[in-house]
Write a protein that binds this ligand. Structure first.
Ligand code: GRG
Length: 294
């Protein structure tokens, strides 16, 4: 199956990232270079696209959500940089190029990640507040903070690190996925709907869509680690097995994993109908997740 990817939104995000890249004193150049290197490496821009699509799905203007969309990509890039560090996954290839600490140094990579995370919140607090007003921007900041911190990505990473080696049960695996990957994906979509002026019902429905999309995204990542190629994925495949990690594939096999991803996508699409949301791009993203090769 060849799924269409929303390239027009991806291009808009690329422009947005250049536009909203933070200004810095030239003495910070070594870290700024590392931030640029990782941020402008070829990524799918999945989370910021979801923010723009979320705004559009509730009838809002996607352009009005661009600062927040970019902030989500800053946070995502920080997580990749830090996750690749020797103290965590110790990876040497990301987005088809040497990881940040290999290209620069460990200390530079740590600071580049720290700066991207912090600048994400600055961007929303300053620029999005100016565009959307303090009440809306504050709602975005709360969602973003929850998704990035202990109740989300960092919390999921803690459990992931703590359970390395021994096999984990399905409940624990789903906890890790929902927090480590799903929380940011959910928040990216929900913030788009908030910025687009969605109703509470629409925002909740979009949240359910994105939780399921995030689960399917992670299951497909597990599948790609077994059946994908390093060239298209842009990072080493087979690493889950080499690191003896429990994944959906190691737990239930490739075919059942594909079925689990399909079931999650079916639930995601049902949520869209429930919330009277425009399917358009959200449908494309769901089809992409099922068919992805990168
Ligand atoms: C808090 C340090 C820290 C880490 C959090 C999210 C995370 C844990 C680490 C990121 C690394 C990782 C392999 C996460 C699993 C989720 C995932 C599939 C990430 C890759 O996202 P894509 O496919 O990547 O959207 P691109 O490069 O396209 O943006």
């Amino acid at each position: 199956m060849t799924a269409r990817y929303p390239d027009e939104l991806k291009e808009a995000v690329e422009e947005g990232l250049h536009h909203h890249f933070p200004l810095a004193d030239e003495r910070a150049a070594p870290v700024v270079d590392a931030m640029r290197y990782s941020l402008f490496a070829p990524g799918k821009r999945f989370r910021p696209i979801l923010t723009l699509a979320g705004a559009q799905a509730v009838g809002g203007d996607p352009a009005g959500a661009m600062p927040t969309a970019c902030a989500f990509e800053f946070i995502h890039t920080y997580s990749l940089i830090h996750d690749d560090l020797p103290a965590l996954d110790d990876d040497e290839l990301r987005r088809g190029q040497p990881t940040c600490h290999i290209k620069f140094s460990e200390s530079t990579a740590i600071l580049a990640g720290d700066a991207l995370l912090t600048e994400a919140f600055n961007l929303v607090a300053a620029v999005q507040t100016e565009d959307s007003g303090p009440a809306i921007a504050m709602r975005v900041l709360v969602e973003m903070g929850r998704a990035a911190g202990l109740q989300g990505m960092v919390g999921g990473q803690v459990v992931d690190v703590a359970t390395e080696g021994p096999s984990v049960d399905r409940t624990t695996l789903e906890f890790i996925h929902h927090h480590k990957t799903g929380a940011l994906i959910r928040a990216a979509a929900v913030c788009g709907a908030i910025l687009g002026g969605g109703t509470d019902k629409q925002i909740a429905a979009l949240g359910r869509y994105a939780v399921n999309l995030g689960l399917a995204f992670q299951i497909s990542d597990d599948i790609l680690d077994v059946v994908g190629s390093t060239d298209t994925v842009g990072k080493p495949v087979g690493s889950d097995e080499n690191n003896r990690k429990t994944t959906f594939v190691s737990m239930i096999g490739v075919d059942n994993s594909r079925q689990a991803a399909r079931a999650a996508i079916d639930d995601a699409m049902a949520a869209l109908d429930e919330g009277d949301l425009e399917r358009g791009i959200l449908n494309e993203l769901a089809e992409f997740v099922l068919a992805r090769t990168s």
